[in-house]
Write a protein of this length. Structure first.
Length: 337
């Protein structure tokens, strides 16, 4: 059989890829030129193919191992590889340093630089970086309203939000977002809006009283599903930034020094729209983690979430890169006259 060239594995655009995997208690290896995961059933070993050319993210949970050859093939195909704890949540231990998923993007010296150049033009300007954070927040709210009001799947699962209340909440949060003088004020407004969304989602699904627990302290199904689903969104966020060649440390909202902050910024674009309602719906239906994860992946794929993330980041980079370039033009012109 003819070998597939490494370059051909990336012919499917990341934004069009359909698969996002979470694996546990298995081995990932290369078998016959294909990347597969192996599970044990009695005395039998069962081999399952991973279509890496159509995969964006691979999360490896507890009890997993992976060979060097498999990592090499995943890197060739541009698959984002992440190591996490059981159930897709990142708690390896109780220390602060272990609360993040360990992402392993495919290394390449030939990543595109166009959007990185736009990004760094404005990133060192506090006002422009804040403007980009506000643009992300507004895009998040638009996506939220579109998905909650238009998702056929959510309606079929019994999610019936008060759309008038949602519109009112969005209209109420837009002025504070626009007027926010710094990122801390913006984060505070985001947290306030999130509390409203939790309450709306709880009512829309009939879940009842709900309080968002700290990560790792989840005692109810909705909280556990929120933690779990958010890391699927982080996988897509990491993929979107890698595709555009943006380092994960160049955050606009989650802090200039927070490791991987840009991944969280980008994931926030779709978390409230897709993950949040599905968490409450799945909790009400008594779904298992696997059923919830599959519902999230289907919703993310159907709503073209990765497409939206990539397009939003591109538009933000271009818009604020041009602003930064325009604001610096008079100074450079005056220095040459």
């Amino acid at each position: 059989m003819d070998q597939i060239a490494a370059g051909d594995l990336k012919t499917i655009l990341h934004s069009k890829r359909a698969n996002l995997y979470y694996l546990e208690h298995c081995r990932v290896l290369v078998n016959g030129g294909r990347v597969e995961y192996v599970t044990e059933q009695g005395q039998q070993s069962l081999y399952w193919n991973i279509p890496i050319a159509n995969t964006t993210t691979l999360l490896l949970g507890t009890g997993t191992s992976i060979t060097q050859a498999a990592v090499r093939e995943l890197a060739k195909a541009g698959v984002m590889l992440g190591f996490c704890g059981g159930g897709g949540t990142p708690l390896f231990a109780g220390t602060e340093s272990s609360l993040e998923v360990a992402w392993m993007p495919a290394q390449s010296e030939y990543r595109p630089t166009e959007y990185l150049q736009h990004w760094v033009r404005f990133w060192f300007d506090d006002a422009l970086r804040l403007g980009a954070a506000k643009a992300f927040q507004k895009a998040r709210l638009i996506r939220l309203q579109q998905h909650w009001s238009g998702s056929k799947s959510l309606k079929e699962q019994g999610f019936n939000p008060d759309l008038n209340a949602l519109t009112s909440a969005i209209q109420g949060t837009l002025p504070p977002i626009t007027a926010a003088p710094d990122t801390m004020t913006l984060l505070t407004e985001e947290a306030r809006m999130s509390k409203q969304l939790y309450r709306m989602a709880s009512l829309a699904s009939g879940y009842g009283e709900f309080t968002r627990a700290k990560r790792g302290d989840s005692t109810d199904a909705a909280n556990r599903f929120l933690d779990h689903g958010n890391y699927l969104a982080y996988g897509l966020g990491a993929t979107a930034t890698w595709v555009l060649g943006l380092p994960h440390g160049l955050a606009v909202l989650h802090g200039k020094t927070r490791r991987g902050g840009l991944v969280f910024d980008v994931a926030d674009l779709i978390k409230d729209a897709v993950i949040l309602p599905q968490a409450f719906v799945s909790a009400m239906h008594g779904h298992s983690e696997q059923e919830f994860r599959q519902a999230c992946i289907e919703a993310l794929t159907r709503s073209e979430a990765l497409d939206f993330m990539i397009d939003t980041v591109k538009a933000t980079a271009e818009a604020f890169g041009r602003l930064a370039q325009g604001s610096s033009a008079p100074a450079s012109e005056s220095s040459t006259t």
